[in-house]
Design a binder for this molecule. Structure first.
Ligand code: ADP
Ligand code: MG
Length: 599
């Protein structure tokens, strides 16, 4: 796992990118420096050209008009080149061709690096999401997660591009500043000091932009959250005409978000438009100072200015890149924070491979709190291997919570889950869950074909197809699928929007039956079915008695008549347990429930 912590500094950002890209980053920066050098050397070829045009007889003292750069002219001459217009132009073309080639290599390399970068970040986030504990997941909100995975990754990407374009332009800037210094160091020094002073203004702008950028991330996730919920609950909002009211709230969130975007645009407009006037004013002031007060020759000033002009171009670009970087820095912070949060709330587990239940699963004195609300109070539940137990009780009594604990989704505050005397936490929970089939209260349907939904994207081998047919029978899905034009290749739509609640439930059941598991948890698995279909599935599930270790949660007591042990939950406590017949005799409450439902 890559460390995604972020230190709030120039090197902190560098370090963040470096940890993701590795040495490619250094190679890229090396290439950037080479490109800048080629560019600088290429343009330095203009110098002999200038001199040649100025003094075709070459007798004038070159130091006068070139400053320290006369060495370049001397160097060209020492190579044995006659300083003619043709040689100079030839060399100019040569240098820039080399630069073009290097630039090509650099940019292709960057494209590759970007590609790997985004893959790595996505993979890292996904990896953390996968390792996130269920209770940690409940603390994060869906909008935030989604926003992190989509727009914040993109913003991170933009920020990286801006950061490295800024680096490239910075190297260019440095090269030309060096050249300008060589031409006339006094002029260069003064302009440089002036530009640095102007940077104080930019600091302020950057600071404001950065604040806005981080705020923008927050607003984006809350807008996202609203939209997700609107989509999720579309049917309800539509049918009760509450969409308008909901949309108003969404509009408010979006409006705030866009206002922030607008003010960021305003800051950008200011920073972009004041750059040139400031720089030109500084340059003019320095020229005036040098020619009038210091009596410097205009020739070297002009040469230095020429080099500086190019340097200033890059300065403006560095500033623009940096502005873009800062504008998108929120993405970096969001990703780092999400990664941190997901790592903090990761699931802790042992290493032992789970090999199945031999004797029993035992919830011993288990307490569970949601925040500060106690959901389970010292419950004791024994589930003998290959037997069926039932959890009953009114809604809110803690049945689903107990099932979640059995699936290892929550760690009890006190008490333990023992599997044949070994605490569950000693096991690698994923190897344990490989053996679990969980038909949860909310049906789980993916936007894909029925076949993929049930087989969980298994290959359509003859063996799998046969198993698929078997479970269709057991989940009473045969007739339904036969009636569809596309049969098992029918797409179920987003969240199973295209089928009924009962059909969704049957598909969820079929999926768990298809999976080769040993422990089957059914949380009101047949609650959405009509009584006829329920009866058929019930019979099929009863046929599984003895083959699975089963935990059945049911409202209708008729469905749990055959259970080996029934546990009655009341307010998070087990108030009675035993077989159906025992319970009738020992528990007044159970007896009442039975007579009420006239089983
Ligand atoms: P049952 O399945 O028996 O209807 P649950 O196990 O779902 O009941 O809930 C037991 C209690 O825990 C209820 O009081 C419920 O409000 C509370 N509860 C369930 N899930 C959460 C949660 N994610 N956060 C806070 N409280 C919860
Ligand atoms: Mg429940």
């Amino acid at each position: 796992m890559i460390n995604l912590t972020l230190k709030n500094s120039f090197w902190g950002y560098f370090n963040f990118y470096y940890r993701i890209t590795g040495n490619s980053l250094l190679l890229y920066l090396g290439l950037s420096i080479l490109v800048s050098l080629m560019d600088g050397l290429g343009l330095a070829m203009f110098i002999p050209l200038l001199q040649f045009v100025g003094n075709p007889d070459k007798t004038v003292n070159s130091e006068e008009s070139l400053g320290q750069l006369h060495y370049i002219v001397d160097f060209v001459r020492s190579l044995g080149f006659e300083l003619t217009l043709t040689t100079i132009l030839g060399m100019l073309v040569f240098m820039f061709t080399c630069k073009g080639l290097l630039r090509f290599i650099q940019l292709s390399f960057y494209a590759r690096m970007r590609h790997l970068f985004i893959l790595k970040v996505r993979k890292e986030l996904l990896h953390r999401l996968e390792g996130l504990s269920y209770s940690g997941f409940l603390e994060l909100d869906a909008g935030k997660i989604q926003n992190t995975f989509t727009s914040e990754v993109n913003r991170l990407f933009v920020s990286m591009t801006a950061y490295f374009t800024a680096a490239q332009n910075f190297f260019m800037l440095s090269t030309y500043i060096c050249l300008a210094f060589l031409a006339n160091y006094q002029f260069a020094l003064m302009v440089l000091v002036g530009s640095l002073l102007s940077n104080f203004i930019y600091r302020k702008i950057y600071k404001r932009t950065k604040k806005a950028s981080i705020e923008l991330t927050k607003r984006a996730s809350s807008a996202n959250n609203f939209i997700i919920q609107a989509i999720h609950n579309f049917k309800y909002l539509k049918s009760t005409n509450t969409f308008t009211r909901y949309a108003e709230m969404l509009q408010n969130v979006v409006r705030k978000y866009e206002r922030l975007n607008r003010s960021m645009g305003k800051i950008k407009a200011v920073s972009l438009s004041i750059k040139e006037p400031i720089i030109i004013t500084i340059v003019c002031a320095v020229i005036l100072l040098q020619t009038n007060l210091m009596g410097t020759s205009l020739n070297t000033i002009l040469l230095s200015l020429f080099l500086f002009y190019r340097a200033l171009n890059f300065l403006v670009q560095v500033q623009n890149d940096w502005q873009t970087f800062i504008e998108n820095i929120g993405g970096m912070y969001a990703i780092s924070a999400s990664a941190h949060q997901m790592t903090e709330s990761r699931e802790l587990m042992g290493t032992a491979e789970f090999a199945g239940v031999k004797k029993q699963i035992h919830l011993r004195n288990v307490d569970l709190y949601y925040d500060r609300v106690k959901a389970l109070d010292k419950i004791n539940i024994k589930i003998p291997a290959k037997k069926t137990i039932a959890l009953i009780g009114e809604s809110g009594s803690g049945k689903t919570t107990a099932a979640n604990i059995l699936a290892g989704l929550f760690t009890p505050k006190s008490g333990e889950i023992l599997i044949d005397d070994t605490p569950l936490i000693n096991y690698n929970l994923n190897s344990y869950r490989d053996k679990i089939g969980y038909i949860s209260q909310e049906s789980v349907v993916f936007n894909d074909t029925i076949f993929n939904n049930i087989t969980f994207w298994a290959d359509p081998t003859p063996e799998n197809k046969e198993r698929f047919d078997e479970v269709l029978e057991m989940a009473s899905l045969k007739d339904f699928i036969k009636s569809l034009p596309d049969k098992e290749f029918t797409n179920l739509g987003d969240n199973g929007l295209l089928i009924s609640g009962g059909q969704k439930q049957r598909i969820s059941i079929a999926r768990e039956l298809f999976k080769k598991c040993e422990i089957l948890i059914l949380d009101e698995a047949t609650s959405a079915l009509d009584s006829e279909t329920e009866r058929v599935i019930q019979e099929n599930i009863e046929k599984l008695h003895g083959r699975y270790t089963m935990i059945v949660i049911a409202h209708r007591l008729s469905t749990i008549k055959q259970a080996d042990i029934i546990y009655l939950l009341e307010n998070g406590r087990v108030s009675a347990s035993g077989t159906f017949d025992e319970m009738i005799n020992t528990s007044v409450r159970f007896k009442k429930m039975v007579s009420f439902q006239s089983v």
